[in-house]
Design a protein around this ligand. Structure first.
Ligand code: COA
Length: 91
C-alpha cells in the first residue's frame, strides 16, 4: 500500500483488534502502549479507514495524528469509508 511507504522510520501497527465481547475494557489501549516498545526514529504509525470513528478516537487519544490519506480502492468490496488514513504518533 502506498501509504505504508510514507510510514518509514516508524513502528507500524499492522492490525489491532480485540474480541467483540471484550471491547471498551482497555485492552486495545494496552496493546497500543505495548507496541510502542517497537517505535522507530519517527515514532509510531498505523492505517485506519476514515469511517472507523471509534478506532480513530482511540488512536487520537493516544497521540496519533492523521498525516496522509489515500482513496480506498473497493473493487467490489463494500465499505462506507472513502479514504485510508495514515496516522503517525511522533516520538
Ligand atoms: C479498535 C479496537 C481494537 C479497540 O479495542 P478496545 O479493547 O475496545 O479499546 P479500549 O477499551 O482500550 O478503548 C476503547 C475505545 O476504543 C474505541 N472503540 C472502537 N470500537 C469500539 C467498540 N466496538 N466498543 C468499545 N470501544 C470501541 C472507542 O474510542 C473507545 O473509546 P471510549 O472508551 O472513549 O468510548 C476494537 O474496538 C476493535 O477490535 N474493533 C474492530 C476492529 C478494528 O476496527 N480495528 C481497528 C482497525 S485500524
Amino acid at each position: 500500500m502506498l501509504l505504508e511507504r510514507e510510514a518509514y522510520g516508524t513502528g507500524y501497527v499492522f492490525v489491532l483488534s480485540t474480541v467483540a465481547e471484550a471491547r471498551g475494557e482497555g485492552i486495545g489501549s494496552s496493546l497500543l502502549t505495548f507496541a510502542e516498545r517497537c517505535r522507530g526514529t519517527r515514532g509510531m504509525s498505523l492505517i485506519v479507514a476514515d469511517n472507523n470513528t471509534g478506532a480513530r478516537k482511540l488512536y487520537e487519544r493516544h497521540g496519533y495524528k492523521v498525516s496522509a490519506r489515500r482513496p480506498i480502492v473497493k473493487n467490489g468490496w463494500e465499505s462506507d469509508g472513502e479514504n485510508w488514513l495514515l496516522m503517525i504518533k511522533a516520538p
